[in-house]
Design a protein. Structure first.
Length: 364
């Protein structure tokens, strides 16, 4: 199997994403019209991989046209209208990944330059979501911040910060010879350094007991374990191995919830990326081959498979599911210009304590 063959095989999955994009540029989950900014950005990464620049640009423009002056975006939209009027802390920062993914492919910094002020606003606003321990409140509404921190959402923020730090490095903002306005450069670097100094992953010992303060045990959700590896915040292989054993259903994929006989293509795809980059490449390839068999006759992938009932469930073909699979395929069979492969190779991601490396990158 190689990327050339997979590129053609996964074209229907990419086309499904483009087909569902609305006139305003938003990419809903499916034809029902529900959309959120995080999954929208996931879809943009896959469009960048296929160099679908027209759809990509429309999607980026939609995101920034719905970003408010504080660098926040509503948690949910439906048929072009906001329907959930709170702000989840990890949604807006994730836009850094598709922007960086585009640069890695076309090496043109125009998009990075164009949206740099808004990116700075987004990542500066994260400081307001942090408590004194560097934990991120998961959401904010008119009543204030939700007093809880979620592992998966926080790991997504860590990945986004890594991408944003790369963007700043690429644009030369940590270089004394940078041509950027001195005041702009100073503000960008100062804000990012403050963010890195305070974030939970920069602590010598992460306070895991500060997550899930609402008393809900979310360890039953697979994303809570493999996102720690995906973000390179927790690279303990024994931890990964024991959790993988709990969630991996042989020859099928990764269960979304430990006790449910239900594997999901998106969770499996994201776990594949973490497994390939940080744990076991052969196993990752095997897992990828497992989920390819779920491709429907029209070439589109379903959201999940309930193996006790032997049915595809739910009855949907979500765009973000197809996007996650495309990204996983590109990580394994594509080139080093994939965003997740790139972040592992970056100098500040080579240590087991990436937070410290990130700080040292701009410690000047």
């Amino acid at each position: 199997m190689n990327w050339v063959d997979l590129y053609d095989r996964l074209l229907p999955a990419k086309n499904w994403i483009v087909q569902n994009q609305l006139l305003d540029g938003s990419i809903p989950w499916d034809e029902k019209g529900k959309c959120d900014a995080w999954d929208h950005s996931e879809c943009l990464i896959s469009l960048a991989i296929y160099k679908e620049w027209e759809a990509f640009d429309k999607g980026v423009d939609w995101f920034f046209s719905n970003l408010n002056s504080q660098g926040l975006i509503y948690s949910e939209f439906n048929n072009q209208q906001p329907t959930l009027l709170n702000y989840q802390s990890h949604h807006a920062p994730y836009i850094a990944l598709p922007l960086l993914q585009r640069y890695l492919i076309d090496k043109n910094p125009d998009h990075l330059n164009k949206y740099l002020p808004q990116l700075n606003t987004i990542f500066s606003s994260l400081l307001d979501f942090m408590d004194t321990d560097g934990m991120y409140y998961w959401s904010k509404d008119d009543d204030g911040y939700a007093d809880n921190s979620l592992i998966t959402a926080s790991m997504s923020i860590a990945i986004s910060v890594q991408a944003y730090t790369s963007i700043i490095e690429i644009l030369g903002l940590v270089n004394e010879k940078s041509d950027y306005d001195t005041d702009l450069k100073s503000k960008l670097v100062k804000d990012l350094k403050t963010l890195l100094d305070k974030s939970f992953w920069s602590n010598s010992e992460i306070q895991w007991d500060r997550f899930d303060r609402d008393g809900v045990d979310r360890s039953r959700f697979s994303m809570d374990f493999f996102y720690q590896s995906l973000a390179r915040v927790n690279l303990d292989k024994d931890f990964f191995k024991s959790n993988l054993k709990n969630f991996y259903e042989q020859d099928l994929g990764i269960k979304c919830v430990a006790e449910e006989p239900w594997v999901t293509i998106a969770e499996t795809s994201e776990c594949i990326i973490a497994t390939y980059l940080n744990y076991d490449k052969s196993l990752a390839i095997k897992m990828f081959e497992d989920i390819l068999k779920f491709q429907n006759p029209d070439g589109i992938f379903p959201t999940g498979y309930q193996y006790k009932l032997d049915i595809l469930w739910p009855n949907e073909q979500s765009t973000w599911t197809n996007a996650a699979l495309i990204i996983a395929a590109n990580v394994i069979y594509g080139s080093d210009d994939n965003i997740f492969t790139f972040l592992v190779g970056e100098v500040f991601m080579r240590d087991e304590n990436p937070g410290q490396s990130l700080k040292e990158l701009i410690n000047q």
